[in-house]
Design a protein around this ligand. Structure first.
Ligand code: FPP
Length: 249
């Protein structure tokens, strides 16, 4: 007799041995390799970013349907301004288009979208689209989807320290909790699992304060080629780890 069809991602996860009660609550992703994916096929880097956008939609839906509560992706780093003007402009346009076109889909899927980064520095048309996306999805109660745009982990820590100084907090009263509370999205829990595509073994200034005890999953697959199967592979590997947070198992 044929095995019953596995229709939902939760069923497929179960079939793979994933414990649905121990999913990572917060998954963060460094979506790397768009350029390499395009170049492998002799196409423009921006085409690779467009394919990456498609992957992002699929992975967001997969994570939401699986039951992940928070998904945070690195869409544009504070260092990405160093790329050629054409690529920077293309990425800004792509993110703006995405924010505008996906509004309905985000709400239909009950996604609450928000942005972290120095958003006051991005072009005003993009900023407006992001503000619209954030405000019109703020009452949704499903997965929280956070886009890191013009984001740098060190800049975030600098901004938190500036806030503390502006508030007149005394040096001796500062503790880790107070810094966490001044991160761009203080209600985001620390990531449990960080996925990096395209093989590089580094953090690239992403969520460096929040990732002190995050489990890392690196795959050689480029971001446009990433999908449900590898998301589940990352989660399965995460569930095999023993998290000690500096203590004993
Ligand atoms: C890294 O690949 C990827 C980025 C710098 C941008 C990520 C952007 C997207 C996935 C586009 C869609 C995003 C939204 C929010 C619509 P890379 O260019 O560094 O690749 P490479 O290392 O192969 O050159």
């Amino acid at each position: 007799m044929a095995a019953p069809a596995q229709n939902t991602i939760r069923e497929r996860a179960l079939a793979r041995g994933i414990d649905l009660d121990r999913l990572p609550k917060h998954v963060a992703i460094i979506m790397d390799g768009n350029g390499r994916f395009a170049q492998k096929q002799g196409l423009m880097r921006l085409w690779g970013h467009r394919q990456g956008y498609r992957t992002l939609k699929d992975v967001l839906l997969s994570a939401a349907n699986l039951g992940v509560e928070f998904l945070t992706v690195y869409a544009f780093s504070a260092e990405n301004w160093r790329r050629p003007e054409e690529e920077v402009g293309g990425l800004m346009t792509l993110i703006e288009e995405a924010a505008r076109h996906e509004l309905r889909g985000l709400t239909e899927n009950n996604v609450r979208a928000q942005v972290i980064g120095r958003i006051h520095e991005v072009p005003s048309t993009l900023r407006n689209a992001l503000e619209e996306m954030t405000s019109s999805t703020s009452h949704n109660t499903g997965i929280t989807f956070t886009l890191a745009i013009n984001y740098g982990g060190r800049a975030e820590i600098v901004d938190a320290v500036r806030s503390l100084i502006e508030e007149g907090v005394s040096a001796e009263s500062i503790n880790e909790e107070m810094i966490s509370e001044r991160m761009y999205a203080p209600s985001l829990p620390d990531p449990d699992l960080m996925i990096r595509t395209a093989g590089e073994l580094r953090w690239s200034n992403y969520l460096i304060w929040q990732s002190a005890y995050t489990e890392l999953f690196v795959t050689d697959t480029t971001w446009p080629e990433f999908g449900e199967e590898e998301l589940l592979a990352g989660i399965a590997q995460y569930q095999k780890r023993t998290r000690k947070f500096g203590g004993l198992a």
